[in-house]
Design a protein around this ligand. Sequence first.
Ligand SMILES: Cc1cc2nc3c(=O)[nH]c(=O)nc-3n(C[C@H](O)[C@H](O)[C@H](O)COP(=O)(O)OP(=O)(O)OC[C@H]3O[C@@H](n4cnc5c(N)ncnc54)[C@H](O)[C@@H]3O)c2cc1C
Length: 382
Amino acid sequence: MTNRNIYMTDELQAIYDQTVEFVANEVLPHGDEWEEAGKVPRDVLRQMGQLGMFSLRIPEEHGGLGMGMLASATFSEALGSSTFAGFDVTVLVHTDMAGPHLVNSGSPEQLAEWLPKAMSGEAILSIGVTEPDAGSDVAGIRSTAVKDGDGWRINGTKMFITNAVYGDMTIVAARTDPGNKYGISMFLVPAGTKGFEVATKLDKHGWRSSDTAELVLDDVWVADEQLLGTTHRGFYETMKNFQNERMVLVGMGVGAAQAAIDLTNRYCQERPAFGGHLYDLGAIRQRMAMNQAKIDAVRASMYHAAWIHDSGADNVKEMSGVKAWGAEVVNQVMYDCVQFHGGMGYMRESAIERMSRDARILPIGGGATEVMLEEVAKRSYL
Ligand SMILES: Cc1cc2nc3c(=O)[nH]c(=O)nc-3n(C[C@H](O)[C@H](O)[C@H](O)COP(=O)(O)OP(=O)(O)OC[C@H]3O[C@@H](n4cnc5c(N)ncnc54)[C@H](O)[C@@H]3O)c2cc1C
């Protein structure tokens, strides 16, 4: 069999195939229950850990596969075929949004403590940056960490934190230098730390099998050893992973959009109408063909932007553009897929109804479209 695109190696192809097979067997049959429960069972995550799926981006010296951004592109796209984006994001926050901060900035002791558990799925990670009054404008965060003895005293509130209801450790951003708007540090705060509480398990429009927390940090004390990276440099250190975060959201969206196109084409090809089938109608088949072309283009741009990074060059302009455009395209595709399912597309029992709800967050989370376009625009002065 030939590989799927020019950037695909046999190893990446094997990751894609293994992941698609896993989600078909272990996720699709149970996804509805998990949506109802508002959580992904830990057993499934442990199973993924045992299969090495949480180790792709972990350096080889720490027992991982030491792969690059193309591996995350492949993995996220393959997860998207699950059609349950709540499951996809549970995994990707752990592997590609929280995990990389630990890998990039962790001390040898922190890596030795957390990486083995993260790779096996014994510990699920989350990243707590957003606050009720600070989302896109990360520099506006109000949580504070003040030096106190051999550690730090953290106070504040975090909002919309994925994996923090049932997860095991949150990487928390807090202001440590009040005189500097970028004077933020990151801290490893395990679940169960005194004063660190889930205030609310949030009720969402989509991604319903993913757990999302509002967190309160009330006089939480953490030891110096729990400071991640360099004091006051957390803002810059988290920026190192922004392109990867953006990419995996697009990747899961591309996988989901492809699944939506496939199931809509199948539905239209089987649905009798006007003496034939819906798919015989030019307006439908052509719009679906255009949707396929658009998703093919987003997919190619995403892999290309990942390849730029893995080749050692800066990809901020390209990846921000893919995030802005790709997330919108995924939503356009979902809109058409609901449309061509007719009334059935509006019913809770249809997969496309869930998938269209799930997709809505993609142009908002992990860098809203407008913020992404500014990243492109400010790099476009001639
Ligand atoms: C389900 C879910 C899961 C999440 N998971 C996490 C998580 O695990 N960890 C975490 O830290 N955060 C998480 N977030 C937060 C997410 O990243 C933010 O919601 C996002 O960054 C937008 O911030 P905000 O909601 O405060 O919107 P705001 O910053 O208030 O922006 C509102 C809107 O204004 C527009 N806008 C914003 N800035 C600009 C600009 N510069 N120019 C033009 N228009 C602009 C955009 O359209 C944006 O959607 C999650 C959010 C959701 C909904």
